[in-house]
Design a protein around this ligand. Sequence first.
Ligand code: ZN
Length: 346
Amino acid sequence: MKALVKVKPGKGFTLMDMPEPVIERPNEVIIKVKYASICGTDVHIYQWDEWSEKRIKPPRIIGHELCGEVVEAGKEVKSVKIGDIVSAETHIVCGDCYQCKIGNMHICDNVKILGVDIDGVFAEYVKIPALNAWKVSSNIPIEVVSLFEPFGNAVHSTLIDEIVGKDVAVFGCGPIGLMSIGVAKVSGAKRVFAVEVSDYRLDFAKMMGADFLINPLEEDPVELILDKTDGHGVDVFLEMSGNPKAIIQGIKATKKGGRVSLLGIPKDKVVFEDFAEDIVFKYLKIYGINGRLMFKTWYQANALLESGKVNLKPLITHKFKLEEYDKAMQLLINKKAIKILFEINP
Ligand code: ZN
């Protein structure tokens, strides 16, 4: 089968023939990939940054955001059947560790990530445990099914604590930030402040329902947010940028007793000038977000898409064949795309 592979350490991918996966355990399913979308993680692996060098053991088929059809199921599989359209939870968990046993599968001590630690979805077929195959409702547009996984991150970050009637600031309007704006708005947030350096992305933030668009290269987001909230700051800060400066600004723009969801991953150190004043005395409630609750978040995400309350279609800015991977990666590197779909067996 055709697959996009990191063949050896270094930059780039190779499109090549790879053996089709075969069922080895009774709880596995084979999925024929219809669409797969590109995540920032795939771009990091393409560019071969420090993280990729430590984590990826080539050869590895890349990709984890999946929309596909179940074509084969192991003999113990009951949750899905041949012909079902599924997306995939990308955390492959052990089921035996302390975290799995106390109901925190999403932070399993032995987690393996699809397309990172095991072969992924930028291929004609992929094998996953049936537990990880999420059967989607039939009225969800098929193009957005591969977006379930990043959308789950947005849902988890936004809904981990109260949102109704809250002022919300989203720092960083990449795909997950943009999705969070949509989730916050339909979940009863009072107003959403979108903070983003790219005007291209701010246009999408507006489309997702943001009330205030702030480009921090042009205006001071902390001053502006404090001004619009009578000097108190927002109730909820969703950190989706991974930029150390944005993290500090976001916390300064958060109200005393406010809530912070941290999803962005900083490459550099985050240094607080006054940790006590900024965080401790402000009585902030800070959540680190890792993945999606398995599977509460998936039910919430499914409901939001099924009801049509959140529309992810406008976020798909490009569709490409696997052969066009270099072009797709360059668009993402240059921030000229929001979400790119590979059409594999559409
Ligand atoms: Zn585990």
